[in-house]
Design a protein around this ligand. Structure first.
Ligand code: FES
Ligand code: FES
Length: 227
């Protein structure tokens, strides 16, 4: 019995060794797959920029692409009418470039995952989440942030909303408000007499922990009436 047990135990440890080996191989395989997938996605998402050398072997090109994901590149962005030239990594999101490279910290980054709307800016007049917008895709586009009226742009729509925000006490802690103001600006630029439902739809992607929703709707209605 003992020898059977010993054999069984030896077979067991051999089996465990095989399983371990299989698991290790699988882990290595998964790591390699993830690296390859990330590299491939980067090639397709960094608009129009060839990060991969033609003719390189797969291993070489994967390594090259992974390296290039972190390589600094110069970029010029037009924000609030001003051209800013800075150096970014191709994977950098617009919100990070605005806040960290350009010191435009009015745009907030509450969730960093497309859930709250706090990072909303205008791109060519449309409200966009900057936390999931690659900065590399922004040259040639007009970016407007909550700082617009403090810098060079005179945005009467944003100004009317900011005044109404004060009158209607639409802000409590204020953290969500830059994004909400930009979403409201995008709405009123296209529709100066929105219905309540249209206002709700326009700011539905902007969450507020302080719950100032009714004040925000009243402020947007007042700003629309003043335009
Ligand atoms: S920080 Fe972009 S949606 Fe929340
Ligand atoms: S005012 Fe505080 S989160 Fe909206």
């Amino acid at each position: 019995m003992e020898s059977e047990k010993a054999e069984g135990s030896s077979a067991g440890s051999e089996q465990e060794g095989n399983i371990l080996q299989t698991k290790m191989s699988r882990r290595t395989f998964l790591k390699l797959s993830a690296a390859t997938a990330a590299a491939t996605a980067a090639v397709t998402t960094v608009g129009g920029i060839a990060l991969k050398s033609r003719g390189a072997s797969n291993a070489q090109s994967t390594a090259q692409t992974t390296t290039d994901l972190f390589a600094a590149v110069p970029i010029t962005l037009t924000v609030n009418g001003i051209p800013y030239t800075t150096t970014i990594e191709p994977r950098d999101m617009l919100v990070n470039v605005l806040r960290e490279n350009l010191s435009l910290t009015g745009t907030k980054r509450p969730c960093d995952r497309m859930e709250c709307g706090g990072c909303t800016v205008l791109i060519d007049g449309k409200a966009v989440y900057s936390c999931t917008t690659l900065a590399m895709r922004m040259p040639g586009h007009s970016i407007e942030t909550i700082e617009a009226n403090n810098i060079t742009v005179t945005d009467s729509t944003l100004a009317a909303l900011q005044a109404a925000w004060v009158t209607y006490d639409a802000s409590q802690c204020g953290y969500c408000q830059p994004g909400r103001l930009m979403a409201a600006t995008a709405l009123l630029k296209n529709n100066t007499s929105p219905t309540v439902d249209q206002i709700k739809a326009a700011v539905a992607g902007n969450l507020c922990r302080c719950g100032t929703y009714n004040h925000v709707i009243a402020a947007i209605q007042a700003a629309a009436a003043s335009l």
